[in-house]
Design a protein around this ligand. Structure first.
Ligand code: ZN
Length: 467
């Protein structure tokens, strides 16, 4: 009654033109009260996500793909997911080439002898324990390197600079990541003996940002490392003095075939086993420089906590499948293995959290076109968390991408990436970077998404207690 009265007063007070434009809008989608209650409980009270991210980063630590550490992480995952009451908890193994880091250092020999902080890039060639010494040749970008004559590069150590800046949508990573992704191959093909890049990062701490690269197009493997941002800036200042700069570079690493990794899978079984599946997750592996709290313990924690909130509330019509993907960092091996085994199953949605733990600020989904009513419902469920819809967004997530390519509809819940590349792939990716309040907002958003697309949760039909 109160609401009707207010509406009547508003209409009476509004000028005729405003009345007309309001009347021409489609009726707003109102979030279902059950969805709203689950969302609001998660944003206020969730502890599942923090418990997972704190537990995994403390009890396992770094989880480099296809190493014993990643195997310990899978064991931890199976125990935790089982203890939380999920069904069908199991590991699906696969093999892959494994790369591990050894000793690494970089030193200016002349004209101004000094040490620089560096880390090898994934699948870097090894210098061997004695290292290599060469003259530095500077390029402001990958394109400048590509345009250079081979004679300028041959026998030297290439240095590629760039100027990546922080952005809420993380958009700098695509363009400014090129020195890491393409630089080593181009340098090698031009005859360089090694390459160092300015870290693909936005901080000014002496933390190098590692990350994967591959030698393609027949390029032979050469040592490839990332200098910290302040050290890269120091090298630029030294080069600007105009004298030849010589570096001694030691990047020891090992690579061998047949490494063992795997995906950890768990489910909230739906009431209708034939209904398309809701697929969510993140990746279990991390780089080896830190405990991978924001990349990506937080992602698996957020999506798993959300599924747990649905399970606590009752039985969804659709099965929720959680995947803790293995070996994402060295090239999406887990996502490919999953799609090979399960890509042809029927999915209602596929989504992944792999961009830290800061608040979700917008979302996008294929549902905009395939199921506009579901999209409107989703938008209404997320809006109270301050999340706007982005009608022009794209699918994202390395792990779910092969399954999306195989036909699964996608949803992207975009986290604020302003500070993500301060920590990404550095020794600084640790638990203290996670803000528990923002982590809960993430859980609430994923809970609302799952509830909204669950096909309805029957609260009388709780999951059977697991023995
Ligand atoms: Zn990641």
């Amino acid at each position: 009654m109160k609401r009707a009265l207010i509406a009547a007063l508003l209409i009476t007070a509004a000028p005729a033109a405003a009345q007309q434009s309001v009347a021409s809008l489609p009726p707003p989608a109102i979030a279902d009260p059950q969805i709203a209650a689950l969302r609001d409980d998660a944003v206020a009270n969730d502890h599942y996500a923090w418990d997972i991210v704190e537990g995994l980063t403390t009890e396992v630590g770094q989880r480099l793909a296809a190493t014993d550490a990643e195997a310990r992480a899978r064991d931890w995952a199976v125990k935790r997911l089982t203890a939380m009451g999920f069904a069908n908890v199991h590991v699906e193994p696969f093999t892959m080439p494994v790369w591990t880091r050894g000793a690494e250092s970089a030193e200016i020999v002349s004209p101004f002898p000094q040490k620089l902080a560096i880390a090898a890039l994934g699948y870097s060639g090894s210098t061997g324990p004695n290292g290599i010494t060469g003259q530095i040749v500077y390029f402001p970008s990958v394109d400048a390197l590509r345009a250079a004559p081979d004679a300028e590069v041959g026998g030297k150590i290439v240095f590629i600079d760039h100027n990546m800046q922080p952005a809420q949508d993380g958009s700098g990573y695509g363009q400014f990541g090129a020195p890491r992704r393409q630089g080593p191959t181009i340098a090698s093909l031009k005859g360089a003996i090694g390459i160092v890049i300015r870290s693909i990062g936005t901080d000014h701490h002496r933390n190098p940002h590692t990350g994967v690269q591959y030698f393609t197009d027949g390029a032979k493997s050469i040592p490839a490392g990332a200098l910290t941002v302040p050290d890269a800036e120091q090298l630029v200042r030294i080069l600007k003095r105009g004298r030849p700069v010589t570096m001694h570079l030691t990047l020891v690493s090992e690579k061998h075939e047949g490494g063992k990794s795997g995906n950890v899978i768990a489910e909230v079984p739906g009431r209708d086993p034939k209904a398309p599946i809701l697929l969510v997750g993140g990746h279990l592996d991390s780089w080896d420089l830190a405990t991978g709290a924001i990349d990506d313990a937080s992602g698996i924690a957020i999506t798993t906590a959300a599924a747990k909130h649905i399970m606590d509330a009752g039985r969804p019509r659709r099965t929720i499948r959680i995947v803790w993907f293995g070996a994402e960092e060295p090239g999406g091996f887990g996502g490919n293995a999953y799609a090979k085994a399960h890509g042809k199953e029927s999915y209602a949605i596929a989504g992944e959290s792999d961009f830290g733990a800061d608040r979700i600020w917008r979302f996008s989904s294929q549902l905009l076109k395939s199921d506009p009513a579901a999209y409107a419902q989703l938008a209404a469920s997320l809006a109270p968390l301050g999340i706007t819809k982005n009608d022009k967004g794209d699918a994202d997530g390395t792990d779910v991408d092969p399954t999306i390519q195989a036909g699964a509809p996608w949803v992207s819940l975009n986290q604020d990436g302003t500070r993500y590349f301060d920590y990404h792939h550095t020794p600084d990716d640790t638990l203290d970077k996670i803000d528990p309040v923002q982590l809960r907002q993430n859980v609430a958003a994923w809970t609302a998404m799952l509830a909204s697309l669950s096909g309805g949760i029957e609260s009388g039909a709780k999951q059977p207690k697991r023995r």
